[in-house]
Write a protein that binds this ligand. Structure first.
Ligand code: BDR
Ligand code: CA
Length: 373
């Protein structure tokens, strides 16, 4: 089948798009607005983006999810300090979902959202805008150029679309980590975390894209694919080797419970302590001493769409099911008679992703520590 550009409208459902056309080299750097619930894998996504010259981070919205909003704000500000990032506004988002109360996931991400890491408190000021206002402001400033990446619940984006219904058309592209299709959930038997926290918000966003004729359809990066992005202690060690960190550490499930990283590079030290917790969490779940790094993969396909294949789909969210609330449903056979409102990322190559991630973060940390000497 011929490749079809993301965003092309289909009147009927078609199959997998492969290969996906990459962002043209001359389109770099990509101006990105992030919406995150930081979060261990969100932290790795930030690390990847801060390390990638193709990314120009315009602003960061903080959404309640893995941890409450204030903790997400504190984590994002702290990572900006650790990465010496300047000129990036951090906007505080809503305290919880549109309709229901907030569930958080300290069991998965630790009491502070970053596993065992204890990030230094930042003195940076947050934006005078709310997260929803920041979305709108950023999109209006460069209509047709801004790329959105959401790695948390869709609360702020839904609120932003209420403020500015043209938002889907103002964005160049949108990538959402969330949902599960033909795949078990990680929060309920059928629902994925980001959608499950605020299903009403997710539905508002997908519905808005369904109604926004001419908007580039969002890319959904679901569990089906992100659960194949399994980071191991070897991957983390390769980052440390590439970065020139000392001592070279290797995390193991047999480590003493209070072992903490002594890596000479502060960012790497904190990432290591965060990932140790994530490895342990996955181990307790029976997955092994590894970590599924959902958000980092979503960040990678934001910069390099060619790293995955996609299929168009008409997507909706279950709000009322007694067992299935928060599940994402894709109508593959046109039962609903509605055109596609999203692209779903379907396949990728984990080794290629990890080689890229390791090269990016490792090289960036190596350059920074050489410069600091
Ligand atoms: C998503 O849930 C969160 O816990 C992770 O940060 C990721 O965004 C995966 O379901
Ligand atoms: Ca997340």
């Amino acid at each position: 089948m011929a490749a079809t550009p993301v965003g092309a409208r289909h009147t009927k459902l078609v199959g997998v798009i492969s290969p996906h056309p990459d962002v043209r080299a001359d389109a770099y750097p990509v101006p990105i607005f992030l919406d995150v619930d930081t979060g261990i894998d969100d932290s790795l996504a930030l690390a990847y983006l801060f390390s990638s010259p193709e990314a120009q981070i315009i602003g960061i919205a903080c959404t309640a999810g893995n941890v409450p909003t204030d903790r997400v704000v504190a984590n994002n500000l702290a990572w900006l300090d650790l990465w010496d990032a300047i000129g990036i506004d951090v906007a505080r988002g809503a305290d919880g979902p549109l309709v229901t109360g907030l569930n958080t996931a300290e069991d998965t991400h630790g009491d502070f959202g970053v596993g065992y890491a204890r990030l230094p408190r930042s003195l940076r000021q947050i934006s005078r805008f709310t997260a929803a206002q920041a979305w709108v402001h950023a999109a209006r400033r460069q209509p047709g150029r801004l790329v959105g990446l959401v790695t948390g619940p869709l609360t702020n984006l839904a609120l932003a679309i209420r403020l500015e219904p043209r938002l889907p058309k103002l964005l160049n592209r949108l990538i959402i980590m969330g949902g599960a299709f033909d795949h078990p959930g990680n929060t309920t038997p059928t629902a994925e975390w980001n959608i499950s926290v605020d299903p009403e918000a997710a539905k508002e966003v997908f519905d808005a894209y369904g109604a926004a004729d001419g908007a580039t359809l969002p890319v959904i990066c679901p569990l089906d694919i992100t659960e194949t992005m399994v980071m191991t202690p070897q991957h983390l060690q390769r980052i440390a080797l590439r970065a020139g960190s000392k001592p070279i550490e290797f995390l193991s499930p047999t480590d003493p419970i209070d072992r903490r990283s002594e890596a000479s590079i502060p960012v790497l030290r904190h990432l290591t302590d965060a990932l140790r917790f994530y490895f342990e969490f996955h181990d307790k779940q029976g997955i092994g001493y590894v970590a599924q790094v959902h958000d980092a993969f979503a960040a990678a396909i934001t910069l390099h769409p060619g790293m995955a294949t996609y299929r168009p789909a008409t997507v909706d969210v279950e709000l009322t099911g007694t067992l299935t609330r928060g599940s994402t449903v894709a109508d593959r056979r046109g039962f609903w008679g509605r055109p596609p409102n999203a692209y779903i990322a379907t396949t990728s190559e984990p080794d290629a992703f990890f080689n890229h991630l390791i090269e990016r973060i490792g090289e960036s940390l190596r350059r920074r520590s050489e410069y600091a000497r």
